[in-house]
Design a protein around this ligand. Structure first.
Ligand code: SF4
Ligand code: SF4
Length: 169
């Protein structure tokens, strides 16, 4: 599990995540190969549809417009697979971004918790932790084996180029 920066209590109040404007949104959670297999094998989990590019297919939002993650409990705003939620979900509001063949660690400034903590000591310390984690040889290997996670997100703010860039150039 990736250490978290945004506390669960802030997310439960915010309800900004796990919701999508379009059914094929780039923001849909994308799975590592082993996560897709784990979700298929694990008992007690509702079967969900996973696309060929390993994205969890959303369901129409029962309470309004757009779509929600198939694992989101719309009444309590909780993730139905929280303890083993995908790597990408653990990483958010940070994202791995592919831009002009550069692999970047980026952050979504639309997250209100990030906005409130911009330039704080806690955020800077967390970023140091995250960069070191993502630049570890184990993580580089995982991401190299899962190129579906390298996506082009718009409107995110660049933090730093990751070592993985050198591996894919
Ligand atoms: S936008 Fe930020 S605070 Fe809101 S639910 Fe997502 S991660 Fe949590
Ligand atoms: S798997 Fe859980 S955390 Fe990830 S998008 Fe779905 S409901 Fe949200």
């Amino acid at each position: 599990m990736i250490r978290q920066f945004v506390p669960e209590s802030a997310c439960l109040k915010c309800a900004g995540c796990c919701r999508f404007k379009e059914a094929d949104s780039v923001w849909l959670p994308c799975l590592l190969n082993e996560e897709a297999q784990e979700l298929a094998d694990r008992e007690g989990i509702p079967a969900v549809s996973i696309s060929i590019d390993k994205k969890i297919q959303p369901k129409p939002n029962p309470g309004g417009e757009g779509f929600v993650c198939a694992f989101l409990g719309c009444k309590d705003n909780k993730c139905g697979v929280y303890r083993f939620r995908p790597f990408e979900c653990q990483l958010y509001p940070f994202l791995i971004n592919l831009r002009n063949k550069r692999v970047l660690l980026t952050v979504d400034l639309n997250c209100p918790y990030i906005k409130d903590h911009l330039n704080s000591k806690e955020l800077n310390e967390y970023i140091d932790y995250l960069v070191s984690f993502l630049n570890s040889s184990a993580q580089i290997k995982i991401l190299k084996n899962n190129p579906q996670l390298l996506q082009a997100y718009e409107e995110v703010s660049e933090i730093v180029e990751l070592k993985l860039s050198d591996e894919i150039k």
